[in-house]
Design a protein around this ligand. Structure first.
Ligand code: ADP
Ligand code: MG
Length: 295
């Protein structure tokens, strides 16, 4: 659906990203609050037509419980506005707010949601996400965990004004940094699985595994030269969680499992089938953190 920006009024800023800003806005006619991502771009009419076609497809098809819903968009020669359902927070902000590790049971639900969403994108739409990281995994007050920011950025890559797009260095897999054959870079969905592994370690320990790097270059050279990060032995995690993370972070991507295999792992199956009150947990940790900030 095309959106008329005149029907939107800005409420506040939700965050600044590498290729745009996200605002909380009200859709005045329906009195609903939305998240609106505004990206600057430069494009020809020809490209515009193609982008509009692609956005139409994306917006129609991604009605899936573990994917942040796109409600509409607006496009002109300099900007693209993407209207999304408003979520309460993302795991990057949440970690900064609560300043403590996210419990394994919550990470189980996050893993179930993220892997299910990534598998759906691949199977139904042939899409590789390319930017899996804590800030692209969102949570709402009802405890639903959903993935965002794929496809759309893929569609827009060529017409992005300052295209730093390729994804975030910190979560990039070794094979994307250093392809086996640089003349024919080939990587697949397993690049997203690596990014999920790094995300899980960061959230489970409240520490990004390649810390103290001075630059993206520094991070990327450590990713390709060092052994894969692991969940630290001195912390308490289940053996199933440890082995799931280890599988995600197999350095040689041809040996790394794909979604089908991951979805058979005990950690995945158990997280899918065990009920856990994510909403209750979210309410408790955020209200405790907010109380602490007020004091
Ligand atoms: P990045 O993901 O690189 O941090 P983005 O521009 O994609 O940058 O997003 C910026 C911030 O906006 C994110 O950290 C996230 O917390 C917030 N955000 C994005 N989409 C939504 C949404 N649908 N609901 C609530 N907050 C959102
Ligand atoms: Mg994002």
């Amino acid at each position: 659906k095309r959106t008329d920006p005149k029907e939107l009024s800005n409420i506040s800023i939700l965050g600044y990203g590498s290729c745009g800003h996200v605002y909380k806005m009200e859709h005045i006619p329906s009195k609903t609050e939305l998240a609106v991502k505004i990206m600057h771009r430069t494009a020809s009419d020809e490209e515009n037509k193609r982008i509009i076609m692609d956005l139409d497809v994306i917006i129609k098809s991604y009605d899936f419980p573990f994917i942040v819903r796109c409600i509409g968009y607006f496009i002109n020669s300099t900007d693209v506005w993407i209207c999304m359902e408003l979520m309460a927070s993302c795991f990057d902000k949440l970690l900064k707010l609560i300043q403590q590790p996210i419990p394994e049971l919550v990470l189980g639900k996050l893993t179930f949601a993220t892997v299910t969403a990534l598998n759906y994108l691949k199977e139904a739409h042939g899409i590789i996400h390319r930017d899996v990281k804590p800030s692209n995994i969102l949570i709402d007050e009802y405890g639903a965990i959903k993935l965002c920011d794929f496809g759309i950025s893929g569609v827009l890559i060529e017409s992005m004004a300052k295209s730093r797009n390729a994804g975030c260095a910190a979560y990039m897999s070794p094979e994307r940094i250093e392809p086996l054959d640089p003349t024919r870079p080939d990587y697949d969905i397993r690049a997203d699985i690596w990014s999920l592994g790094i995300t899980l370690i960061e959230l489970a320990t409240n520490a990004y595994p390649y810390s103290n790097c001075r630059s993206d270059f520094d991070v990327m050279s450590r990713i390709v030269t060092e052994d894969s990060p692991k969940l630290p032995a001195h912390l308490t995690f289940s053996a199933n969680f440890r082995s799931f993370v280890d599988m995600c972070l197999i350095k040689k991507y041809k040996e790394r499992p794909k979604y089908g295999e991951l979805m058979l792992q005990p950690f995945f199956v158990q997280s899918r089938d065990q009920p856990f009150d994510v909403a209750g947990w979210y309410r408790d940790v955020t209200s405790a953190a907010n109380d602490k900030q007020r004091r």
